[in-house]
Design a protein around this ligand. Structure first.
Ligand SMILES: *Cc1c(COP(=O)(O)O)cnc(C)c1O
Ligand code: SF4
Length: 334
């Protein structure tokens, strides 16, 4: 018989789990029984975009394996210091698509709010690792700039909360936004782009679930997992709780060299996701952000992998292979 763990009233808050994240590359390596010399850590990269990884995610890494696909997503290494032509600071043209403070309006009907700059985990390939969050978050000043923009454009029917990670905000702060959005009749959907259900599933607490369940619109939660091993029982429980609020849960992944660039790995990711009630949505070609060149998979390889995935899986488990091209009206199929 399978018994579910009973949550105790004195269970640690998600904020506490957040604060206990590992921030020192040497501590991370020590926890995994790895040699710091062999790891080729970059102090420069760590200073520019510090290591940060919740302990629950570390627990899913394989001790003694420097090539662990979860470790490689978070460890700052010297490969990041290489300057590579074409890999820039603003890889996806966000600066040009800025509609208001912290609001990016690129696609018809959908506006994306950079709700906050914080994330519970720092992914080395992140296209926003150089983003000027200091000045550019939508939650500042009670979301006023974003709300004014939305009010002035009745064509926007879907609001996307992104970041950073929008669930790094307190639930009360999110409710402040959705309370104001209720007064805008054009809003038909709310979408959250968040990696927290994967890297810090404790964030999916009762307060958050109550807020979600009471929203007047269909909610889509797009999580972000790149490898099947990121998904353990705690992630499964967080997703199940999200789905009980009525939310549709999708996944986006990034195609990453040395991490998930094999058809078998991608197939296993889709299978694992479906087992916990998540459908694959996008498989992104890497955004060409400075410091991430060593993760890039060339287009020919990406297309071949995607073709193979189509032969192995039912169509609904094959994510769309896309890339973001600045100035285009949608994500672009590769
Ligand atoms: C990716 C993105 C969206 C969402 O695109 P979908 O294809 O609807 O998932 C919306 N706005 C911005 C600025 C984006 O980068
Ligand atoms: S969680 Fe998302 S936004 Fe945050 S660092 Fe990772 S990829 Fe970037």
């Amino acid at each position: 018989m399978i018994t579910a763990p009973t949550p105790t009233p004195q269970a640690k808050s998600w904020q506490l789990h957040w604060r206990e994240a590992v921030r020192d590359p040497r501590e991370l390596l020590r926890l995994l029984g790895l040699d710091a010399e062999a790891a080729r850590i970059s102090e420069t990269a760590a200073a520019q975009f510090p290591l940060r990884v919740p302990r629950g995610f570390v627990a899913r890494m394989q001790p003694g394996d420097l090539g662990d696909p979860l470790l490689r997503q978070v460890l700052p290494v010297v490969d990041e210091d290489r300057l590579v032509a074409g890999f820039d600071l603003d890889a996806v043209g966000d600066a040009a698509a800025r509609g208001a403070t912290g609001l990016i309006h690129k696609y018809e009907g959908r506006a994306l709010l950079i709700a906050t700059g914080s994330c519970a985990v720092h992914c080395r390939y992140c296209f926003r690792r150089h983003f000027p969050y200091g000045e550019e978050t939508a939650a500042a000043n009670h979301w006023q700039a974003a709300l004014d923009y939305l009010r002035a454009d009745p064509g926007i029917s879907e609001v996307l909360l992104s970041g950073g990670d929008p669930l790094s905000l307190a639930t009360g702060k999110l409710a402040e936004l959705t309370d104001a959005l209720r007064t805008l009749p054009q809003i038909r959907r709310l979408r959250l782009h968040t990696r927290l259900p994967v890297v810090l599933p404790e964030r999916i607490d009762e307060e958050l679930l109550t807020w979600l369940a009471r929203l007047p619109w269909p909610v889509v939660v797009v999580i972000h997992a790149n490898h099947a091993r990121e998904i353990d029982a705690s992630v499964g429980q967080a997703v199940a709780a999200l789905r009980r609020t009525g939310a549709t849960v999708l996944n986006q992944a990034v195609l990453l060299r040395g991490i998930n660039d094999e058809a078998g790995r991608l197939a296993e990711l889709s299978e694992r996701l479906f087992e916990i009630g998540v459908l694959p949505y996008y498989l992104h070609q890497l955004d060409r952000v400075a410091g991430a060149a060593h993760f890039e998979v060339d287009d020919a390889t990406a297309i071949a992998l995607h073709r193979e995935l189509m032969t192995r899986l039912p169509g609904y488990l094959v994510p769309r292979l896309v890339r973001e091209i600045p100035g285009e009206a949608s994500k672009t199929p590769v």
